[in-house]
Design a protein. Structure first.
Length: 288
């Protein structure tokens, strides 16, 4: 006698119902797929949603691209401050900072995407299945990383083809700089995912991000060398985590001193990722 058929939640294909040993006719509960399989399926879902709505990628480019064009057109004609790197144009100096700004903006969108998932009911449906809570969070962070990578490539292409960006570090160093930028974007994404898991509202999270991002970007080495900032602002810039990230990506791309900032940037970003991931899982497990 053939076993009755049922459909597995992941594959949607007919499969025989398993029976518990010693208890004929008693079906066992579906144990679910592996965590890796869950992350793969959920990441694919997020990427398909992004592919059908490319505006999510393009709209995220608005602020970084505007900053890039405005800064290079306004300040490139002005004299450089005393501590500006020799033989470096303002475009070459500021573009790595624009990439970091884009990384932060993309990280914020990962938190907004989680809030959307919490609101549209997909999380409530997934919780009825044997899915690990962190699978959705990891999938969200990976899809955000892919979006950030696409945006980084577009900004670099615009800088090279339209504005004449020509980093002296070469292709290998430029790739390392972009890789560090993406790592920072991914780690910061966990901080915003945690904020989304706890706040569960996009508006306060976006306001909090704006309040934090703008002062941190301007109180850093993003647009002016730290040594040329006012004394009180220099103190803030020297302890600002974004300063280490910008200095490291800039040094790699332009082949100028400062690559030793890469290690602090990686360590600080890794610490943020670990704390953010733990906080995100704890916040996500709360009842809806």
């Amino acid at each position: 006698m053939t076993a009755p058929l049922t459909r597995t939640p992941e594959e949607g294909t007919a499969a025989p119902v398993a029976h518990a040993p010693g208890r004929p006719g008693s079906p066992t509960a579906w144990a679910g797929s592996s965590m890796l399989g869950q992350v793969r399926v959920l990441t694919g879902r997020s990427l398909r949603a992004m592919a059908t709505d490319p505006g999510t990628v393009l709209f995220g480019l608005i602020q970084p691209v505007i900053i890039l064009f405005v800064l290079t057109q306004v300040f490139s004609k002005m004299g450089h401050p005393p501590h500006f790197p020799k033989g470096v144009s303002y475009l070459d100096f500021v573009l790595p900072a624009v990439l970091i700004d884009n990384a932060v903006q993309s990280a914020m969108q990962s938190g907004v995407g989680l809030v959307d998932d919490l609101k549209n009911g997909i999380v409530a449906r997934l919780r009825s299945l044997p899915i690990h809570p962190s699978s959705l969070l990891i999938a969200r962070s990976i899809s955000s990383l892919v979006r950030s990578a696409i945006q980084v490539v577009i900004i670099l292409l615009l800088g090279i083809t339209v504005l004449g960006y020509s980093p002296k570090g070469g292709a290998g160093e430029l790739a390392a700089s972009a890789g560090l930028t993406l790592f920072i974007s991914w780690t910061l994404g966990w901080a915003f995912i945690a904020a989304g898991a706890w706040l569960r509202r996009a508006e306060p999270m976006q306001n909090l991000a704006i309040i934090a991002i703008f002062p941190l970007m301007f109180a850093s080495s993003a647009y002016v060398p730290v040594d040329d900032l006012p004394a009180w602002l220099r103190v803030v810039a020297e302890v600002n985590p974004l300063t280490y990230a910008i200095d490291a990506t800039r040094a790699l791309a332009l082949d100028v001193p400062g690559a030793d900032a890469a290690l602090p940037a990686v360590l600080i970003s890794g610490f943020i990722a670990v704390v953010g991931a733990v906080a995100a899982v704890l916040g996500f497990r709360r009842p809806l």
